[in-house]
Design a protein around this ligand. Sequence first.
Ligand SMILES: Nc1ncnc2c1ncn2[C@@H]1O[C@H](COP(=O)(O)OP(=O)(O)OP(=O)(O)O)[C@@H](O)[C@H]1O
Ligand SMILES: [Mg+2]
Length: 226
Amino acid sequence: MAKPILKTDELVKIFAQDTPLEVHALRGINLEINKGEIVAIMGPSGCGKTTLLNMIGGLDKPTSGCVWINDQEITGYTDHEITEFRKQNLSFIFQFFNLFDVLTAVENVTLPLLLMGEPNKEAEEKAKVILREVGLSSRLYNRPNEMSGGHRQRVAIARSLITNPKIILADEPTGDLSSVISRDIMKLFRRLNEDLGQTFVLVTHSELIGSLCDRIIKMHDGLIIS
Ligand SMILES: Nc1ncnc2c1ncn2[C@@H]1O[C@H](COP(=O)(O)OP(=O)(O)OP(=O)(O)O)[C@@H](O)[C@H]1O
Ligand SMILES: [Mg+2]
C-alpha cells in the first residue's frame, strides 16, 4: 500500500464567522493523497478548491480540522515553522503568477535557487534547462511584460519546479494555455513524477487535465462528493 504524503481530517473553513457575511467554504474535508500521485481537484466555481489548496499549503489556517504532510501536523505550526516547512517540502503555482517584472525569465526562475544559497552559475544553467522543457527556449531573456500570458504562466511553472519540491500545489496551472501546451505541461509533470516521485495536486476546470491525472477529486459546496 502506498503511504499518504498528505492527509486532511474534517477540515472546515468558515470565512467571516459570526457576521452576516459568513461563508462555509469547507465543510469537513477528509482527503488522502499518496506519495507520487497526480491528483486533480475539480468542481464548480466557489466550491472551495482554492481554499482547500491554501489550507493544504499552510497559506491559511482552517477554522477546525487538521492537515498532515509527511506525518507532520502542520495546522499547529507557528508562522515561522510553516514557512520553513513550505520551503523544504512544497511549491505553489498560483492562479496569478507573481513574477518580477524587472527580471528576465531566467532570472525569475533562478531566484528560488539563489535564495537557497546555490551559486549563480549553476542556478542559471538549471533555470535554462527547465525553461527549455516548458517550451520557452526562445524567451529566456525576455521580461514578463514582454511575454504573453501563456508564456508568463510557463515561467511561473518553471520557477515552481526548479527546487524539486516534494509536493507541487497548483491552482489552474494551465488555465490560459492551449490544449497542446497544456498537454506538454502535463507531460513534464508526469516525467518529473516518474523520475523524482513528486506529488502533484492540481486544481483545474479542464476535463483534459483531469483525464491526464491519476485521480479526480470532485468537490461541491465545500465537500468532496467523489
Ligand atoms: N478571504 C475570503 N473571505 C470571504 N470569503 C471567501 C474568501 N475566500 C474565499 N471565500 C469564499 O469561499 C467560497 C470558496 O471560494 P474558493 O475561492 O475556494 O472557490 P474555488 O472553488 O476556488 O472557485 P474558482 O473555481 O472560482 O476559483 C466562495 O464562496 C468564496 O466567495
Ligand atoms: Mg479558485
